[in-house]
Design a protein. Structure first.
Length: 353
């Protein structure tokens, strides 16, 4: 396989030192963005904030992937703002197309049926490829394969506080495997058969993955009845920081292959968020999952703000804790996560709930 063709550009800032020009020990980690050329100004907004709030002090790489070649303008304007190496990759066609066991005509008829017209992204073909890519292919891209950790960043998101400590370093030092900021409930009609399909896979495994006590996992985050049904809670994957080992193993790979053959990425509209959430809540130990309560993050409908008055001052936050969505909304699952996993809550949590 000639993977070289899938890295189309690599831009290294002046004065950049592979090892440590800046007296910083970086992890083997990268910021990672999947996006379209048409989202240039929205991603510049995200980059400007994350560079300012975090990466200007660390100079991590930033990997951009796209199912089409990035434009010169996209490469020029994004790399211009990044203090680490900016790398631009093309997604192999076989990671963004139909596998032979999917009936394309059937998928098309489903998208055009009345049911899907009223569901968010229900009629979109590209959205389905995107969710499938984020579920089963992004970590196989030759550029991403070089790293141990990634931090997913989307266009048009906001970071309202300084990120003072390096989250990658934190993950490594504390043996965290999957980190998030916001969790919420999925639209049930997009994943009608996901849970039953998942259970068929877990049934084949030799140990009882649904036993939270013996497995020390977080099944209680995704199920309120010990695995009988899915409660729709999912880590919101538009922000995620993870150790790529959690994808690079037979349990994960077997799971997504099983899901892909069942067809729900195309015949329904399975999101990568419920997929990641189901498998990682079952597969990881509770100590390996982590809620970043001191990263202020906003994407579309939801925003988190650290419930920690001293930290907000130290991190020069501009968010209002009273507006923190994660404690205000019934649709959020963060408090369930903290309670089920018996994690420590932020210093001023009780003051704001
Ligand atoms: P939402 O967050 O669920 O509303 O979905 P988005 O439209 O934000 O898509 C999620 C991520 O995938 C974003 O980073 C998008 O830029 C990216 N994305 C979505 N569709 C495509 C696509 O067709 N091509 C590429 N290259 N990126 C896409
Ligand atoms: Mn988005």
């Amino acid at each position: 396989k000639d993977w070289a063709q899938y890295e189309i550009e690599r831009i290294i800032p002046e004065n950049y030192d592979n090892n440590d020009n800046f007296n910083i020990q970086r992890e083997n980690a990268t910021l990672f963005t999947l996006c379209r050329n048409s989202e240039l100004y929205e991603i510049l907004d995200s980059i400007e904030q994350l560079e300012n709030r975090f990466n200007k002090n660390f100079h991590y790489d930033w990997v951009f992937l796209n199912d089409e070649p990035f434009s010169e303008e996209f490469i020029e304007l994004t790399s211009n703002m990044i203090s680490g190496r900016a790398r631009y990759g093309l997604i192999p066609i076989k990671h963004w197309s139909y596998p032979p066991y999917i009936d394309e005509q059937k998928a098309k008829e489903i998208r055009e049926s009345r049911k899907w017209a009223s569901i968010t992204y229900g009629t979109s073909e590209s959205y389905r490829h995107m969710c499938r890519f984020n579920s089963m292919f992004f970590y196989k891209h030759p550029i991403i394969e070089e790293y141990q950790y990634y931090w997913r960043v989307e266009p048009h998101v906001n970071f309202d506080c300084d990120i003072i400590d390096d989250p990658f370093k934190f993950m490594n030092n504390n043996n965290k495997k999957y980190g998030f900021t916001i969790s919420m409930r999925e639209l049930p009609n997009t994943i009608e058969t996901l849970w039953e399909t998942s259970k068929l896979y877990f049934k084949k495994l030799s140990y009882d993955i649904f036993d939270q006590v013996t497995q020390n996992n977080l099944v209680g985050f995704i199920s309120d009845d010990n695995g009988s049904s899915y409660n729709l809670c999912h880590y919101w994957t538009n922000f995620e920081i993870a150790n790529l080992d959690i994808y690079r193993n037979d349990l994960y790979e077997g799971y997504v292959q099983h899901l892909d053959h069942a067809g729900g990425f195309f015949y329904e509209r399975w999101g990568d968020a419920p997929v990641h959430s189901i498998i990682f809540s079952l597969m990881l130990k509770r100590e390996e999952l982590y809620l970043f309560q001191n990263i202020s993050y906003e994407h579309t409908v939801a925003k988190s703000c650290p419930l920690n008055d001293a930290f907000r001052k130290k991190a020069r936050c501009v968010c209002n804790p009273v507006e923190d969505w994660t404690i205000k909304s019934n649709n959020c699952c963060n408090s369930k996560f903290l309670e089920v996993g018996k994690y420590e809550k932020n210093d001023d949590y009780d003051k704001y709930v």
